[in-house]
Design a protein around this ligand. Sequence first.
Ligand SMILES: Cc1ncc(C[n+]2csc(CCOP(=O)(O)OP(=O)(O)O)c2C)c(N)n1
Ligand SMILES: [Mg+2]
Length: 1068
Amino acid sequence: MNRARMVSKLLSQAPPGTPLVAVRAWLGVGARGKASAPPPPTALAAEPFLNGSSSNYVEEMYTAWLQDPKSVHQSWDTFFRNATRGAQPGQAYTSPPTLAEPTPHHVPLSALAPISAGPPAAALSQKTIDDHLAVQGIIRAYQIRGHSIANLDPLGINTPDPKNKRSLVVRNYMDQFQEADLDRSFTLPMSTFIGGNEKTLTLREIIKRLEDTYCRSIGVEFMFINSLEQCNWIRQKFETPGVMHMEPQEKRLLLARLTRSHGFEAFLARKFSSEKRFGLEGCEILIPAMKQVIDRSTSLGVESFVMGMPHRGRLNVLSNVCRKPLEHIFTQFIGLDTGDEGSGDVKYHLGTYQERLNRVTNKNIRLAIVANPSHLEACNPVVQGKTRAEQFYHGDSEGNKVLSILLHGDAAFSGQGIVYETFHLSELPQYTTHGTVHIVVNNQIGFTTDPRMSRSSPYCTDVARVVNAPIFHVNADDPEAVMHVCNVAADWRNTFHKDVVIDLVCYRRNGHNEIDEPMFTQPLMYTRIRKLKPVVELFAEKLMNEGVVTKQEVKEVTDKYEKILEDAFQAAQTETQVFNKHWIDSPWSGFFEGKDPLKATPTGVHEDTLFHIGRRFSSVPPNASDFVVHRGLLRILNSRMEMVNARTVDWALGEAMAFGSLLKEGIHVRLSGQDVERGTFSHRHHILHHQKVDKSQYNILANLYPDQAPYTVCNSSLSEYAVLGFELGFSMTNPNALVIWEAQFGDFNNTAQCIIDQFISSGQSKWIRQSGLVLLLPHGMEGMGPEHSSARLERFLQMTADDPDILPAFTEDFAIRQLSDINWIIANCSTPANYFHILRRQIALPFRKPLVLMTPKSLLRHPDAKSSFDEMTEKSEFQRVIPERGPASENHQNVKRVIFCSGKVYYDLIAARKDANLEDKIAISRVEQIAPFPYDLVKQECLKYPGADLVWAQEEHKNMGAWSYVQPRFATALNQERHLTNEIQRHTQGSVEHGSQSWYEYWFPWLFPTSSPTDVAADSTDSQSSTISSHKRVVRYAGRPASPSPATGSKKTHIRELKQLLEDALAL
Ligand SMILES: Cc1ncc(C[n+]2csc(CCOP(=O)(O)OP(=O)(O)O)c2C)c(N)n1
Ligand SMILES: [Mg+2]
């Protein structure tokens, strides 16, 4: 049907009382879209007032309604509800929706017809209607596709052919117009703001204004957003005439900021020409852009900014955005020794924390840039976790005070999956940061690779569309346009608390780094780049032409900054050391002060506390009569209560006791991971669900004491990389919190490998940043196949930075000194009490260390894996080794074998030993804390049984599990006499190299005064054997043979292997 005739038809058929405006709105949509929503219900489709192209609009409404009923007008909501409930055609309809609140420039279609000429529908000519519909189509086309022909690329490479670019946007909407029509006036629909206070404009002016808005230096991508309110908000922000206006003083400030951004890179290029710095040349606008976001957000109430960024322009951001002292930056180039702890990192990875006055708003603000590794985008979830934690501890429940800003490179943004995973945290209740401002330095290249080779999406920013974030593409050579976009982004985040993306389309003036030759791979691009003037020059010329600044003023601003740089450079020359502590991104003021650095507080608690927590944890909610608990859960609660009354705990109860007692002491506990609320193995049940009322829940541990700390337990998205990164970030903010990430099964930790390798194991050494984060990794061979058996204990142990050949001195503070010196703690507890203590010890320590815990599966319900309250009360503590306590320990002279093991296999071993009647001949000791290795206790246990041979029994294959870690350490514990000071130990910590000097070089002269490193390396066997006494005791391996796969897929083979290993371990 012809559109005009359809309008007439609709107008005459519209249900009584239908405002014509709504009908017009129904028709103001383009062709059937690619909406993926199911078609509206049949009753709906049969509605008398819906037909032809109006159904497109209805479909859009319906799609939006399906996703969020509140996103459509109330009348649509009622209509769809009625229709989906099966109302007959005509009955579902109540009153029609409007597209937006009418505003002065919104004119209903009725206005198109002469006021006095009979019934309105009849008076409208088909041409009038057709033309207005086409105009409306044109407007909508620009809103949807205008960005695709915008002038975004300062290089002019990706600019569409000017001849047909308009038709790419408007398609055939212009076909019906002649040249003369351009000067006809049209009434503006309410879906546009281009008119300002004017209700009509000529078609020529309409197109001009639309092109000014959507096709110049800014490309706005937003029409995919489901919320009409949000779309209108954006239209208003960009379409309203004069929105881009800047006052002269704002332009001068912008020029000054650009001057600094440019000057900083130019100065470094001059002074350190052969150093890599990953300069910002080609995107100098980044600095004013970030400052604008910060200024605007500060004026809207934000006090703290947590930022993450890659290498590009990082030093410039540190200096010109965060105001990190220039001397600190310059000394990083000079190559000085480190004056404090840590192995350090390259300068373009370091973080910072600064508090300063925002001069534009005159408010104090905090700025943190989170340190990050080379691994692009890996810091995204860390930033989000840190931001969330700051919001949480400041009671900033809507994110009004703390804002995260994430910077990205174009290739990394589209290429790295962590970006997508992080976006998916953005709206989750326990993970949201209430909107992040993303800024992409889109220099249209990634190292040497062109975009057409590095992504399949049209824009590098398309990943952001999954969360309905608006995307503002902007030509980075138009500074004023960039500032406008930044203001809108800050306002958007402040208004809707949702993510937003600024895509700075720019170029990279140099190679990937300053010593790289870009002409090898991008000759044409770089030929063009070399002809381009820096943006600061272009902008200064523009402002001089406008009479906003004089040449003299431009020079003064440049010279002033040059002097600041030169003075700082001279000051840096007098420095003799660099300090890693100057680069801490998350300082913990007051945490370390006044503490004995080697004294932990006790971890045992009063029996009353155990009873109180235990009883609460075993009880239904206080409003039990209203809250229907599942029958199966009631049984679980009852059996918990029985355990409490018997003064015993199983794993879940032991964990609850640890959490509850910390909560009582004011320590926030946060447990996050997939399905953690119930627990993968259905053992935890921290959240009770009302069986009759949807979303009615009871968080048991949050209700233990009236004045307790908050308890957060949250099922996460199905991500390891992002969620672990997030929790790491969370743990960096407040040392007085126990932050725990649990993997569904331990082996899934390897999809978060980068967070483990680059942040957790080496973070303290590289960035002197501590974290007490706990990783709970279900681990154990239970015949469940290759993928649910191993948390890859061996990998964690291999990254543990303690030298297997160095026996630390057995001082009184041995245990805590070891913990202080190590990079992380790896344990596999076999009792609930020990689990209880090790969790509490995380907080009792005067420092923070990551804790990687292998956790049980079948032991959760094993009748022997229980602990008495006595093992958790005041006199008790964490046991690094649980020695044999049975008959063998009383008969130690006659014991033939000591089996050392860790974790669940202990229970298999004791059962088999009992069956074999060997309880007085074989001692079985459990190494609960594997790293740092309990040399003292292991040695003590071996010495206790002088006539026994020693076996390490493990269920993991020989090339896995703890064997390769414990074997050399047993040898050292048993046979090496050399005791080295802990000073050496401290230098073994952390990441691979010791800043300028390796650990090896550092300590070599001390360890081997007469040899050179090469001599000893070549002769290492001799030098080692010389320290070993003649009566060598060795530990033998009992377990599965080496294997490529962590476990068999066959239950039968599993049982056979287990039997074999038990026989092997116990055969005397
Ligand atoms: C995860 C990861 N893979 C590869 C690299 C190596 N790398 C460093 S920079 C770079 C190119 C990055 O391009 P882009 O994100 O566009 O940033 P740009 O350097 O252009 O600013 C690559 C591949 C890396 N650092 N991290
Ligand atoms: Mg790039």
